[in-house]
Design a protein. Structure first.
Length: 688
């Protein structure tokens, strides 16, 4: 460990545009000393607060305004933690994983030292009970702070606090180990193809990508990986059924094998740790604990939503399944039995038959640089903001692009990072995060956010640019919606700004943006053939729109099944001792209409509910889908590019963060509470 702070960028003023993280200067050796010094400074700040002889007030206990020098001094731990843990997901390696295992328990202990400090809570409680006049936002922050300490064990006796420390420290380490195991298992498997016949059915773009993947690994032939841009198209197009089975089983048995990356016991332990934490804090189940701070409020409302969706969508999903089986038998014979690795393949065939459409037809019109222009242009058209790439802003990998974002009046709004493609040290999936949150300091300076979206989109090949599927465009729009929530933040306190909202509300801005992907007027702005420059034909767009609800009911039930699984784990009242795999099959059976295989397991790779923030909260995606359909119906009525409507959405929702109850924010935008009607209509379950 290097103790030389003179060359450690975390101890200096960054000296970068907009005070961005100096990724070009940060080395692995810089993290540990910055973590440890950051903890020491946090403790110094804590001592200053609890030893302050003055009466506790909002301004000397809850929200202390520092000058720039002290702000930099006391923000060290936040700064280094943000960079390290974001890179741990986007650009990790064995050395970083090893450091994470070392530093995680130290950080968890530090967090507990603060949240369980009796003198600090005594001051917070005094302010909570004796505060003077506060603004609405100050009152919200005070309530959030007080509740946060109570929910972190501040009211427990010493024995309870020590038990809570042990539980949270163990859970923190197991969550980290879970994530590392998923990444290792995902990257460890490759399907190496040497016989060209095994590529039958694959489009040229996928064959080229597989050839590039083989070259990257120093191999002849072609390589298929478990990363989505490789896995998905192979399952959809490859004629070789045995290879589809091999790939499917590799993907769906990750972290179940008898090796160091097995997550079965880790999942069981995490469920029990969270249950015990909740019960220690006075709740019957972990779901009860979580839902106290969610729009859904309680487990009954969650199950009501999930089963309302099952009742509405299951009859249509069964028809979809039967139609798909009939198509497969038509092609393969009456004795053919559909298996899970056949679903994507025959769905593609059926979609071609019904709508003459598939994702490959759209790729030539969805070249990444044009998609970027289209997504940015959409934000310009709705909100008047503009994006300018700035190569002088350091980035952590050549795939990453950094942009300055300017508001309608030309003022600086945010820094936006975009990280597009899969690589060795990167988790799968897509997410939005921040390197700096928005706030307004005591001198009235509006600190603007640094927002990042991380995705795993199709990579360019030697002779073709990155050509996306429409699903990948939707992913981009989804994460971009989260980023707008961050970029438009305009609150006083960082802990209430941007995406710092209840988790069944946070998906509204992201899922809302997905709606534009099937709007002809939006596609006309950027969907041009990468070779000829010809626009995507209206006739092709019409076929896409006509097929928008193809297998929509099955897709809905899939999400509902994940919600049921999540709730099954976190509504446990007694010690969880069941075997994970059969428990999973039983937990979600009401939403399953296909064949369940005995060896496959979702739980052990379900990062959202095991290592992410969606434990007892996965239903949020469907909850927010009700909101996004309802909100977009307002835009459809008033005009999808109506700037007055967009400004109202920005003012009432995107800029407000967590300063008010989410339903209050939503009603301020729409004028009424949402209903499920717009979602059912959009999905074709009920007529318009």
């Amino acid at each position: 460990m290097s103790t030389n702070t003179a060359n450690n960028p975390f101890f200096q003023k960054y000296g970068t545009p907009h005070d961005c993280a100096p990724f070009d200067k940060i080395k692995l050796e810089h993290f540990e000393p910055a973590f440890l010094e950051g903890i020491r400074r946090d403790n110094e700040e804590l001592d200053n607060i609890i030893n302050n002889p003055e009466e506790p007030t909002f301004s000397n206990t809850i929200a202390i305004d520092y000058d720039d020098e002290k702000e930099q001094y006391f923000s060290l731990l936040d700064n280094v933690s943000t960079v390290f843990f974001n890179l741990l997901s986007a650009e990790t390696n064995d050395d970083m994983d090893e450091l994470a295992e070392k530093i995680q328990p130290i950080l968890t202990k530090h967090d507990n030292d603060i949240s369980l400090n009796p003198k600090l809570f005594e001051r917070i409680k005094y302010v909570y009970e004796h505060h003077g006049e506060l603004t609405d936002e100050e009152q919200t922050l005070l309530q959030k702070t007080y509740d946060g300490f109570v929910r972190s064990g501040a009211l427990l006796d010493e024995k309870g606090k020590e038990r809570l420390r042990a539980l949270t420290e163990e859970a923190s380490m197991l969550s980290l180990q879970f994530s590392q195991n998923v990444l290792k298992e995902n990257k460890a498997f490759t399907l190496h193809i040497t016989d060209e016949k095994d590529l039958d059915g694959l489009p040229d773009t996928q064959i080229q990508a597989a050839r590039e993947a083989a070259k990257e690994r120093g191999k002849e032939g072609w390589v298929i990986t478990l990363d989505s841009p490789s896995y998905g198209p192979f399952m959809q197009y490859a004629k070789n059924r045995s290879l589809r089975e091999k790939l499917y089983m590799a993907r769906n048995t990750e972290c179940t094998h008898k090796n160091k990356a097995n997550n079965l016991e880790i999942c069981k332990r995490l469920v029990n740790l969270r249950r015990e934490v909740a019960q220690l804090l006075g709740f019957e189940t972990y779901a009860d604990y979580v839902l106290q701070k969610r729009m859904a409020s309680n487990t009954k409302n969650v199950y009501d939503l999930l089963y309302k969706l099952i009742d509405a969508y299951k009859p249509t999903a069964i028809k979809e399944r039967d139609e798909l089986r009939a198509k497969a038998r038509q092609m393969e014979g009456d004795d053919f039995h559909m298996m899970p690795w056949d679903t994507a393949y025959y769905s593609h065939k059926l979609q071609l038959e019904k709508y003459n459409i598939d994702s490959e037809m759209l790729r030539p019109y969805l070249e990444l640089s044009k998609v970027i222009e289209g997504v940015f242009g959409l934000a310009t058209r709705l909100y008047g903001i503009t994006f300018k790439e700035n190569p002088s802003i350091p980035v952590y990998h050549p795939d990453v692009k950094a942009y300055e974002v300017f508001d309608r009046d030309g003022s600086f709004l945010a820094v936006f990072y975009a990280d597009f493609h899969p690589r060795k040290g990167k988790q799968g999936g897509a997410w939005m995060t921040e390197y700096k949150g928005q706030s307004i300091n005591g001198r009235g300076q509006n600190i603007r956010p640094h927002v990042s979206v991380v995705m795993n989109l199709t990579k360019p090949t030697a002779d073709k640019p990155a050509l996306l599927t429409l699903g990948e465009v939707e992913t981009f729009l989804h994460e971009f919606g989260h980023s707008l929530h961050g970029m438009f933040a305009n609150t006083r306190f960082e802990s209430l700004s941007g995406t710092s909202v209840w988790w069944d509300f946070v998906e509204l801005p992201s899922q809302f943006m997905e709606n534009f992907s099937l709007e002809k007027e939006f596609l006309h702005t950027f969907a041009f053939h990468y070779q000829t420059g010809e626009p995507m034909p209206d006739e092709l767009i019409d076929r896409v729109i006509a097929s928008r609800n193809f297998n929509v009911a099955g897709a809905c039930l899939r999400q509902v099944s994940f919600g049921l699984l999540d709730m099954a784990y976190y509504t446990q009242k007694q010690e969880f001792t069941a075997d994970i795999i059969p428990f999973e099959k039983e937990a979600w059976k009401d939403a399953i209409i296909g064949k369940q295989l005995p060896d496959t397991c979702m739980t052990v790779q379900f990062s959202h509910i095991m290592a992410g923030g969606y434990s007892a909260g996965y239903y949020s995606y469907k909850w927010a889908e009700v909101l996004d359909a309802d909100a977009f119906a307002v835009f459809k009525k008033e005009g999808i590019f109506n700037q007055a409507t967009a400004q109202r959405f920005r003012d009432c929702i995107l800029s407000k963060g967590g300063t008010q109850h989410p339903m209050t924010l939503y009603k301020n935008f729409k004028g009424s509470e949402p209903t499920i009607d717009a979602l059912l209509e959009r999905n074709g379950i009920t007529p318009p």
